[in-house]
Write a protein that binds this ligand. Sequence first.
Ligand code: ADP
Length: 481
Amino acid sequence: MNLTIRARLTLLYVLVLGASFLALFWIFDLGFRRSIEITVNDESQSNLETVQKVILNSAPKGAAKVRKELGELADLWANEAIFQVAQPNGEILFQSPPFLAPDFPFPPVAAEIICFTRNLEHSQYRIARRQIEIAGERYLIDTAVPTEPFDQALDRFRIIEKEFLPLLVLLASLLGYWLSGRALAPVNRIIESAEGIGVRNLQRRLEVPKAKDELRRLTETLNAMLERIELSVGRITQFTADASHDLRTPVALIRTNAELTLRHPRTQAEYRGALNRILELSEETSQLIEQLLTLARADAGETHLKYEIVPLTPLLERVSQQARVLADAKGLIFVKKLGGGAATRTVNGDPAALERLFLTVLDNAVKYTPTGGSVAFRLRAEDEQAVIEIEDTGMGIAEDELPRIFDRFYRADQARSREIRGCGLGLSIARWIAEMHKGTIEAESRLGEGSLFRIRVPAVTGVTNREFIFDEVSTSTNNVA
Ligand code: ADP
C-alpha cells in the first residue's frame, strides 16, 4: 500500500478510536438493558408483594372480600401496572383486562417468585409470578409491568448511538489527521532542508529540532554523516587536485625536454642526455601513477592482498639487502639488528605489501639522511607484536609537521626546500599497509637530529622462525649523493 505515514497514522487512529467507541457503546447498551431488567423485575416483584399482602389480609374474610380489595388495589395503580389472581380450580379472583386467557390448569409454580417477559394485548410486559397458600387455599399471583417505556428509552439511546458513532469517527479522523500532521511536521522540515543539500553546499547542516526526541537523534546522526561525507568529498577533491598537479609537473618536464632537444640539431651525447632525463621523469611518473592507483584501489576496498604466514626474518633480510644498496650508494652507515623478538618473528600478512611498507620507510630514511649519516634497521618483540624500527640521523621533521607526514601528498618543508624527489604518497601507503595488517606505524623526530619510524605488526604466536641472523654493521664506501 502506497500510503503516506500521515495517512497510515490517521487510518490507525480512526480504526483504534472507532473500535473503542463501538466497545464503549456495546458496554453502555448492555448496562442499559441490565438496569431496565433490574428495574422492571423489582417493580413487578414489589407489586406482587403488595397483592400478596392484600390477599393475606382479606382471605380470612372470604373470597368476596378478596375480590373487593383486589379491585380497589387495581384502581389505585394508575401506572399501568396490572395483575391477576386465580385459584387452582380455575376461579379468577381478579384479572386486569390485558390478562386474557388464564393458563389453566395451573402451571407447576414454585413458591419463590419467577420473572418472565410476555406479550399481552400487543404490548410487552415483565411478569412476576408466585404461588402462595393462605388458610389452606392456594392462589396464583401474576403481576405485570409494561416494558414499553423502557424499550422506547433503549431505542432512543440506540438511535443516538447510531447517529453519533459516524460523527465521532469523522471527528476522530480529522483529529488524527491534524495530530499526525503536527507530529510529522519536523520530518517534513528535515526533508526540505535535506533536499537543499548537494555536493556544492555540503557544509550545510539539517536544522536540529529543540525537543530531545528520536527526530533530534535522527537529525544529529544525519548531520554527523554529512560531516563525514563532507570530509571525504573534501579529501577526494584535494586528492584529485594534488594528483593532477603532481602529474602535470613531470609530464610538462618531459614535454619541455623533448621540445627543447628537438628545436636544434643535437649531438649524439646531447640526445642521450635528454633521453636519459626523459626516462628518469617517465619512471617517476609511472611510480606516481602506480602509487595513485594503489591508494585509489585501497579507497575502493580492492586490496588485492594475499595473506599467508610470513616468517619475518627472511623477508626483513631481503628488504635490508635492497636498503643496503641504497645506503651504500649514498655513503651511509647501515646497521641491521634483526635477531631480536624470536617469539614474534612470524606474522600473518602479504609478503609483497610488507616488503613495500619496510622499503618505503627505509628509502625515506636514506633519502632524508645526508651522506655520512647512518640508518638502523631493527626487529624486537613487544606484547606479542613484532616491532620493526627504522632510525636515521638525517634532517628530521619539525614538531608541527610530524602529525601530517602520513597525509596524502604532504611533504615537509625540509624535503621540499632541498628538492628531494618524492610526491608525499609513500607514508600514506605505508600506513595503509600497516593498518591492513592490524598494525600501526608511528614516527618520532627532532629537526636536524634524525627520525625514528616504528612499525608494529601482530605476531602469529606458536610459530617461530629458527633461522639465526647475525647482527651486522656495514659502512658504505661509495659517496654518491
Ligand atoms: P615523499 O618521501 O615522497 O615526499 P612520504 O609520504 O614518504 O613522501 O613522506 C612524507 C614526508 O615526510 C616527506 O616529504 C618528508 O618531508 C617527511 N619524511 C618522511 N620520512 C622522513 C625521514 N626519514 N626523515 C625526514 N623526513 C621524512
